[in-house]
Ligand binder design. Structure first.
Ligand SMILES: CC(=[NH2+])C(=O)[O-]
Length: 126
């Protein structure tokens, strides 16, 4: 059984997908980009601000499934410029304890939706 997870505290999908899908105890989130759900506008002031908005959005998606970052076992980070790796890590790292941080990959890609600089998806388990 799959359960669709939605919340208006995170941006609405910008395509034919849901914010997250729960299958059993496992939550698969869609990639979040830095859309502020209150304004509907992209937060692109800096890579740090952009990454923070992505993580805030993800926090709300997890909360909609009654989870937190502590439930996350795997993340995928897609970035437009590997030169931003350290700055993204600095913000991302605020949300996880190093000792229990999820598995992860970080991949530079040619383009991302709405030409943002970072998109993150997660897998979490209850
Ligand atoms: C932003 C996003 N998750 C998508 O697939 O376009």
């Amino acid at each position: 059984m799959k359960k669709i997870i939605t919340t208006d505290k995170a941006p609405a999908p910008i395509g034919p997908y849901n914010q997250a899908v729960l299958s059993g105890n496992t939550l698969y989130t869609s990639g979040q980009i830095a859309i502020n759900p209150e304004t509907g506008k992209l937060v692109l002031d800096s890579i740090e601000a952009e990454t923070k908005q992505v993580m805030l959005n993800m926090k709300e998606v997890l909360a909609a499934a009654e989870m937190t970052f502590e439930n996350v076992i795997k993340t995928s980070i897609f970035i437009s410029d590997m030169h931003n790796f350290s700055k993204i890590n600095a913000v991302y790292g605020e949300y996880f304890d190093d000792a229990t941080a999820p598995a992860r990959e970080t991949v530079e890609v040619a383009n991302l939706p709405k030409f943002v600089n970072v998109e993150i998806s997660m897998i979490a388990v209850k």
